[in-house]
Design a protein around this ligand. Sequence first.
Ligand code: GLU
Length: 397
Amino acid sequence: MELSKRVQSIKPSATLSINARAKELKASGVEIINFGVGEPDFPTPRHIKEAAVKAIHDNFTRYTPVGGIPELKEAIIEQFKVDYGVSYEPGEILVSCGGKHCIYNVMQALLNEDDEVIVPAPYWVSYPDIIRLAGGRSIIVHTKEEDGFKLRPEKLEEAITARTKLLILNSPSNPTGSVYTKEELEPIAEIAIKHKIFVLTDDIYNKIVFDDAHWASIIHAMPEVKDFTLLLNGVSKTYSMTGWRIGYMAGPDPIISACTKIQSQSTSNPNSIAQVASVAALKGPQDDVERMVSAFARRREYFLNRLQQIKYVTFYPPQGAFYIFPNFSAYYGKKYNGQLITNSLDLTSYLMEEARIALVPGSAFGDDRCLRFSFATSLATIEKGLDRLEEALKRLL
Ligand code: GLU
């Protein structure tokens, strides 16, 4: 049997595969520290769960409109008004089965064979594969640590061709945690407008920012770019609701309608109960969010202090999200049990086997010098994991 060329052209999600492997090892009795997947370790807040239970008892268990229930669209419109200072109509909103599903719909709706999407690297693992599945091509633009891993306008301009359809921005970034300022986004917005390219802004971590960093979107930088912009968010990271699978997007009506049509022929509506829970998340008290963000901030602080003490590791301090993406390339070329460590995959395998720490190799994010840690896990776990990391790295020296 021959599988489609489409599916043969992609890889499984690296983040989800590593999470599955870590859980498998744990189930078989291996005590593994999982820095792999990026999902908050807190329970979903009680009032959100209660809203879902009530929805079940109220028999809110049937098909809903494909693009989401009106109450949720209204709550999203309100949220976007507060976050971005702009208004949307319900026809400009789509609710999908997670943020990833929104991105999938956009690529399917916008890309023709060989159309190009500009993806700044380091990038979130799934962008290139979702683009490939839609027949498009990722144009990877590498950023530099000294620029805070942010896209420089001249690099963007250089990458644009007649086939460029879309640019993806992700701030705070997964995996680097970098956060663009309004000033940095201004020239990017100008270029998008000048070349008439769409911008998909993946703002899924916008509520998780640290210290004096201020999250800003391209729409704050230049409100006129709204006609070219797709705003993406969801409840997964902010409300610790990864399993509920609710993501949403706002953008120009023709694109949202096209995405809704695709959704009607694939998943139909997102889960009815999860939609009710998401209304409670967006409209209910936000103190749990504050608590979670403060906990992430404490873990980040601890992480940074410890990493500073580890020899030959350099890093850019994340300003948002819950990842750190340090450079471990000084350890490449070292040997263990006669085996040479040449890249990020070799080093993550070594750390998994020898130190029982699960990490995602930087190659999955387009930068082979680094490894990604998620600090969405308890301080005690982080402490233990970093002790093991330090020990294992010492053995290589
Ligand atoms: N976005 C998270 C991560 O990067 C969740 C897993 C995924 O879908 O990639 O770990």
